[in-house]
Ligand binder design. Sequence first.
Ligand code: ADP
Ligand code: MN
Ligand code: MN
Ligand code: MN
Length: 336
Amino acid sequence: MVYKAEYIWIDGTEPTARLRSKTKIVKDSVSHDDLPIWGFDGSSTNQAPGDNSDCVLKPVAVFPDPIRGGDDVLVLCEVLLIDMTPHPTNSRAKAAAIAEKYAADECWFGIEQEYTFFKDGRPLGFPVGGFPAPQGFYYCGVGADEVFGREVVEAHLEACIEAGIEISGINAEVMPGQWEFQVGPLGTVEVGDHLWVARWLLYRIAEEFGISATVDPKPVKGDWNGAGCHTNFSTKAMREGYDAIIAACEALGTRADEHVKAYGADIEHRLTGAHETAPWTEYSYGVSNRGASVRIPWQVAVDKKGYIEDRRPNANMDPYVVCGMITDTICGAAAS
Ligand code: ADP
Ligand code: MN
Ligand code: MN
Ligand code: MN
């Protein structure tokens, strides 16, 4: 007998990479830990020229497939060149090297993925040719006048749990059709693995409803919230004492420009200083402050230990890039 393995990878689309996948039929005698490398046409994914198009898929994380069920699996892959070195678009390999360097710091990440549903060319819940009532009641709302797409969100949550994704919650967001799920806490690389597969499941599940989901950071211009990926972070030292919390906030300030540039395309349109953001040109941190770049949750200020929230990353960020950079900046500063 055979089972189906959905090989999932991150492509080379610029400025924001997209997810791709295809199905491999595998003999039952091959265990899930032993799935073979595979290939694809990199000239169709902006990862290779047409006259030298082969790229390699190397399985790195396997999850039960909640859509197909049975023995079928979702197989997250890294992209390699045919000499088996990481492809230039392979941000996971870079994050893995940083994670290994600072393994002793025991980094944890929790990511809040915001996203927006679209149907018929407009956000779900937006009327034809116009706008819904202004923001105010949609965030964590209830009722058919305030909440749009809950059936998709519930199906996605269930699928994530069945797949073994470390999903930690969901909520309706500030704009109609906008939602959030949280993944973590997990390590620097693992949180990226789980987030990318959770994104794939979101697109795939929404497909069943004839709805698309987007991580566009500013899906509606004007007085509507953008979509972010708040990234919560701690090291063992931060979970044990407040000095390390402050040191982490200070460290992020030393490389603020570099971070913002790596936090997702079009970030300057989201980090305007309005809509619960800090302007992308200025770095700040503060307790409970949702208008700061980095927030220290009030409970953390009370307990004098815990984690910090980097509020800057865009919804379209690459978690391998963001979490790798945060690990490097904060653990690097602590080591020096
Ligand atoms: P917000 O109040 O900003 O909306 P959420 O509840 O949506 O916060 O998300 C908080 C995130 O922080 C979750 O993903 C959770 O897993 C994560 N988190 C909690 N504790 C830690 C920690 N010590 N280190 C890193 N992340 C953490
Ligand atoms: Mn949240
Ligand atoms: Mn949110
Ligand atoms: Mn948040």
